[in-house]
Design a protein around this ligand. Structure first.
Ligand code: PLP
Length: 430
């Protein structure tokens, strides 16, 4: 039985690409006209008194324990212990939209949704999975991929996780991606997750490759299939080579074709070096969608949030918003990015001056990581030996992929770590 409010949203989205792409859960979700909606109304109109919300209010403000206040003296009680709206602090959402446009100038005159605050990028991906994946709606992603994608798609949503080989002959395998997408499109729709800079390879497409990706999506959409592209931009901006595409694929996809729905997943987690804040954003773009249709789509997302965590944490949202208005933020971030770039260069120097018969670096040019194709060596054995013999921690992503997070290696450790990887690979390979 579909709730009448869900039916209203479904009707608003009828005939649109997001409407056609919805999953079983996506179709059922609705944002209740209950506590949250009534409380928002009372906030506007309840001038005499507002007895709607479950917080302890004194003279119009939530009260706050001094033992909490003393650690964050500059935040008001509303900024620290008050509830945030389901879709997030409206000022933060507006600020993030502006910042997306600043980082992606192509978006300047394009129409796309206001970003919705989610409790971290993982939650954002999980919500997209709620809305758009189910037993009959697979998710396409690269091989190798971040291991959380398969967990979310398969274990949570019982959706097939279809992978394309990310690299072939030492290059980004765009042909493989195209073939996989075309095959999926035969069912009438494709959902693909693209993550650049990528985890675990550390690869980002060049401008030429990004153009090719966009034209593949367009070609499939023009032939009639609905295409949803999830742009996981967790590591946005961490580019260490000049030929990398500087803008998010979202900037190209959000108005590409009526049959294309683009979703941008991003946030301060890595961009602002605030991993534990658990704040992320989901932004939608689809050519031709009206304001009312965007609103219905955002309501579906709000329903996913309301029915799981209710809303994201307030203190992190307040702190990010305050930091954004601090004139020094960009300068400070640039300094931090330089730390990562120096580490990248050291890793690059090492792997370009060392040869191994047994391991080969996958293409990398950005982000936090690089990975080795461990060829005939078992990556897990390599990981264990590195850990047990040399006390060096790495990650075996699968049997043939060893990931190294150079983001967490101090400069003076880089040669030691990489020499150990090559030495142990030699030992295991012989
Ligand atoms: C590709 C990718 N997406 C998303 C995330 C998750 O970000 P968050 O910590 O905000 O959930 C990560 C974190 O490791 C990641 O590597």
């Amino acid at each position: 039985m579909i709730n009448p409010l869900a039916q209203e949203l479904n009707d608003a989205l009828k005939g649109t690409t997001p409407g056609e792409l919805l999953s079983d859960v996506g179709t059922r979700l609705y944002f209740p006209k209950g506590i949250i909606a009534q409380s928002a109304e009372a906030k506007k109109l309840g001038k005499t008194a507002n007895g709607t919300i479950g917080t302890t209010v004194v003279e119009g403000k939530p009260i706050m324990l001094p033992s909490i206040k003393k650690y964050v003296p500059d935040l008001t009680s509303s900024e620290l212990v008050g509830y945030a709206p389901t879709a997030g602090n409206p000022d933060l959402r507006a600020m993030w939209k502006e910042s997306i446009i600043r980082k992606n100038p192509l978006l300047k005159d394009k129409k796309f949704s206001l970003p919705v605050v989610v409790p971290g990028l993982t939650a954002g991906i999980s919500y997209l999975a709620d809305l758009f994946l189910d037993e009959t709606k697979p998710l396409v992603a690269a091989d190798p991929s971040w291991d959380n994608y398969v967990l979310i798609a398969e274990a949570r949503r019982n959706a097939k996780f279809v992978q394309f080989k990310m690299f072939k002959d030492g290059k980004f395998n765009i042909e493989g991606l195209k073939e996989t997408m075309q095959k999926q499109a035969e069912s009438g729709s494709v959902r693909i997750l693209l993550n650049f800079p990528q985890n675990p390879s550390g690869y980002s497409p060049t401008s030429g490759e990004a153009k090719q990706l966009v034209s593949i999506v367009k070609e499939i959409a023009e032939k009639g299939a609905k295409v949803m592209v999830w742009c996981d931009d967790a590591y946005f901006g961490l580019n260490y080579e000049d030929n990398i595409e500087k803008q998010s694929l979202f900037a190209y996809l959000c108005d590409l074709h009526e049959n294309v729905l683009a979703a941008k997943i991003d946030g301060p987690t890595k961009e602002d070096f605030a991993w534990g804040f658990r704040t992320g954003f989901i932004t939608f773009g689809c050519k031709g969608l009206s304001d009312a249709q965007y609103e219905a789509l955002v309501k579906k997302l709000m329903a996913a949030i309301r029915s799981s965590v209710s809303c994201a944490a307030t203190p992190s949202q307040s702190l990010i918003l305050k930091a954004a208005s601090d004139g020094k933020l960009e300068e400070e971030k640039a300094e931090f990015r330089k730390i990562l770039e120096r580490r990248y260069k050291l890793v690059r120097d090492f792997v370009s001056t060392h040869e191994s018969k047994f391991i080969k670096p996958l293409p990398f040019n950005s982000g936090y990581f690089m990975s080795f194709d461990t060829m005939s060596i078992d990556a897990e054995k390599l990981r264990q030996k590195l850990l047990n013999d040399r006390g060096i921690g790495t990650i075996s992503i699968d049997v043939k992929t060893l990931r190294v997070a150079f983001s967490s290696l101090d400069e003076e450790k880089i040669n030691i770590v990489y020499q150990a990887i090559y030495d142990i690979a030699d030992e295991l390979g012989k």
